[in-house]
Design a protein around this ligand. Structure first.
Ligand SMILES: [Zn+2]
Length: 263
């Protein structure tokens, strides 16, 4: 059976001697793994049309075990990402995050639309940092792991009120901010990360921007110095906590971010 879907190629690997297998995030069917026949041959037309980050309209044949790509009408290849070493590393990292939170063949149109917007912003923006933090929050949110930055995850009170008085903490196990009162009482929340008021506000802004992804302008938020470093710490530790592992591409992303922040 043939079907058509808008999709984004996330990954491509050799299959046997002649073929390739592409992981495609489709708007209609979610993550699909599809064989691209003959794509290892230099003259193959489909070879160039199924490179990672290709966005287009895919015609697929649903086989007994795997799908097969039969035609592609390309819309965008995101050359501004592919030709930029750092942006490409970020894109690979976001692909890895996405494929870890989204099960195969589970349709998630909101997440598809967000991911497409993320690639557009990653290509446009000079400083990819904010795009990546915004993308992470959006992906986590639409996959059901949204952290809370405005309300205390223990008592539900607004945490912004307690910002002036005392430090606020992000609880990994609670998945969000803890107010100062709860921090002094609650021990079983496990590892806490102390954050500044500016960090919490920026995370809240990023999270709100990620919630209204369609049709989203690129986030116009920035952070430097301590706030940026704290946001990095929260996002790295929270994602590792949620996934119960470190993503393979995380160390490279982190080394770029730490280099950039020390410049
Ligand atoms: Zn509380």
């Amino acid at each position: 059976m043939f079907y058509q879907s808008e999709g984004i190629v996330l990954d491509q690997a050799d299959l046997g001697e002649n073929d390739k297998i592409a992981t495609i995030f489709t708007r209609q069917e979610g993550l699909v793994r599809a064989v691209v026949k003959g794509a290892q041959r230099p003259k193959s037309k489909l070879r160039g049309l199924t490179q990672p980050l290709t966005h287009g309209l895919f015609q697929l044949y649903r086989g007994r075990s795997l799908e097969r790509v039969t035609q592609v009408s390309m819309r965008n290849g995101f050359p501004g990402i592919i030709q930029d070493y750092e942006k490409m590393i970020y894109a690979r990292y976001l692909v890895e995050l996405l494929t870890n939170v989204l099960p195969e063949k589970e349709r998630n149109r909101a997440l598809f639309d967000l991911f497409l917007a993320v690639l557009g912003c990653l290509e446009q923006k000079e400083d990819p940092w904010v795009v990546v933090r915004w993308a992470e929050l959006g992906i986590l949110k639409l996959a059901g792991f949204a952290p809370s930055f405005s309300r205390c995850v223990s008592c539900g009170n607004g945490v912004q009120e307690s910002l002036q008085a005392s430090p606020v903490y992000f609880s990994l196990r609670g998945g969000g901010a803890l107010c100062s009162e709860c921090t002094s009482q609650v021990r079983p929340y496990g590892e806490l990360i102390q954050v500044s008021p500016g960090t919490l506000r920026t995370l809240e802004l990023l999270s709100t921007a990620a919630a209204s992804a369609k049709p989203s302008p690129c986030p116009n938020i920035t952070a430097r110095g301590q706030v940026r470093a704290e946001i990095n710490e929260v996002s790295r530790k929270y994602i590792a906590f949620v996934l119960e592992k470190r993503l393979k591409s995380a160390p490279l992303v982190e080394s770029i971010e730490d280099d950039n922040s020390s410049k």
